[in-house]
Write a protein that binds this ligand. Structure first.
Ligand code: RFL
Length: 403
């Protein structure tokens, strides 16, 4: 489309344009709105889709504190469940870690991400926030100048353009924020772990009162409660396996086998209501800024789901950026904005390091094939250290709930 065609479509503006209504975008929007900063959220999907997309569930104590101090924790305080135990099952037996009693002595709060998003959305709209659903950001332009713009495609296919002082890309790893970075402006550090998980959501109560990590010669299996009625399971599968490849019966049989249900108790079965293959990949972008364009949440760095850190980092980064934007726009102090990238990267690399350690614990390491028996030896040794060493358990607990 030419400049003159754009001139004919509506010109919209806000001080801050937020791309994406996930945890990052909605925390950012809420904090900015409460501080009186003019902002708008542009979201590709419809409201119903956004409110029903089941993903994360384990919130770190610091995430709860961030939400609390911004008045966003009412739902999770009343409906979230405290969680503090994980159980490891291997060919050498099983053991439990009550991580509430270890490290800093703090639990997780189990609260499904789509419920958190629903709460955040409700509070944003109640406070008069502006959000455009079914509005896909196509590109961010002129980010190296003082007036960046975002070209969009509305739900009915019409193009549009928004102007802002700043753009916050909270639109995930495939969003317009990342796509719009000029080549060479930002470095991407990427690691493919060579492992895939079939992520399943079952309409079935949890089968154990702990996060379950099962290490089996046939592959990893995981169990994580989402509520008293819903449980997330993971099954390691061959990379490239289509999500629909396995029937429900086979899934439950395989979960039972790998979780050693015959020894430790049966799994409570129910319909599988969602499934997706997640290939374990990690990346970090550096720096998290190009001019007036900032990267937040999954757009800033992708974490493998091995340690459940992604949504937690998204919330933390959103608060850091919100405060920095308020300093700049309301108080005329650009210093915190200048330090945004550096501050967040410290947290991101720490979370990446622990997630990577978890993959080593659950899978032995990125290398498979010829070195796999060596990797298996390392993995058994790591598990034994976690079972036997109080120092190792404290280290684990601190990192497991920390962001
Ligand atoms: P989100 O949640 O992906 O939201 C991005 C939003 O941007 C929209 N969007 C666009 N909008 C406008 N224009 C465009 N061009 C757009 N492109 C995309 C999308 O529609 C969407 O609404 O990113 P955000 O806010 O950065 O939040 C990140 C978290 O969602 C993610 O890190 C976690 O879900 C990761 N994760 C977990 N994290 C945890 O902390 N604890 C967990 O227990 C946990 N479990 C998980 C997970 C991720 C999983 N999957 C699906 C990879 C379990 C799974 C299975």
């Amino acid at each position: 489309m030419t400049e003159s065609q754009y001139a004919r479509v509506d010109q919209n503006s806000a001080d801050v344009i937020i791309l994406g209504a996930g945890p990052a975008g909605l925390v950012l929007g809420n904090v900015l709105l409460r501080a009186g900063i003019d902002c708008v959220v542009l979201e590709r999907a419809g409201r119903e889709y956004v409110q029903n997309r089941a993903r994360a569930g384990f919130l770190a104590p610091n995430t709860v504190r961030v939400l609390e101090r911004n008045g966003l924790a009412e739902g999770l305080r009343s409906r979230g469940l405290e969680h503090g135990v994980c159980e490891f099952r291997t060919g050498d037996g099983r053991f439990r870690l009550d991580y509430r009693q270890l490290g800093r002595g703090e639990p997780h709060t189990v609260y499904p991400q789509h419920e958190l998003v629903t709460d955040l959305l409700g509070s944003f709209l109640d406070a008069g926030g502006r959000i455009r659903f079914e509005t896909e950001a196509v590109a961010v332009s002129e980010a190296d100048g003082p007036a960046p713009s975002v070209t969009v495609r509305e739900g009915d296919g019409h193009p549009g353009r928004w102007r802002a002082r700043y753009v916050a890309a909270c639109d995930g790893r495939h969003g317009a924020g990342r796509r719009s970075l000029p080549p060479g402006s930002v470095r991407r550090h990427h690691l493919d772990h060579g492992v895939s998980w079939l992520g399943l959501l079952a309409e079935a109560p949890p089968s154990l009162d702990a996060v379950g990590y099962a290490l089996h010669p046939r592959g990893f299996a995981g169990h994580m409660a989402r509520s008293t009625e819903i449980t997330r399971y993971y099954l390691q599968c061959e990379p490239g396996t289509p999500a629909g490849a396995w029937g429900e019966e086979r899934i439950w049989d395989e979960l039972g086998l790998r979780m050693r249900a015959a020894e430790y108790g049966p799994l409570l079965r129910g319909p599988i209501v969602q499934r997706a293959v997640v290939h374990l990949e990690s990346d970090v972008l550096e720096p998290l800024r190009h001019g007036s364009l900032f990267l937040v949440g999954d757009a800033a760095g992708l974490l493998s789901p091995s340690a459940a850190k992604g949504a937690n980092l998204a919330v933390l980064e959103a608060e850091i950026l919100a405060r920095a934007l308020v300093s700049d726009l309301a108080q005329g102090d650009p210093e915190p904005l200048a330090r945004y990238s550096e501050r967040c990267l410290v947290h991101i690399w720490r979370a990446q390091e622990f997630s990577h350690w978890m993959i080593g614990l659950l899978h032995g390491g990125p290398a498979a094939g010829e070195s796999s028996c060596f990797q298996e030896g390392l993995r058994r040794s790591r598990i034994a250290a976690l079972r036997d060493s109080r120092a190792q358990q404290n280290w684990f607990a601190e990192n497991y709930v920390g962001v």
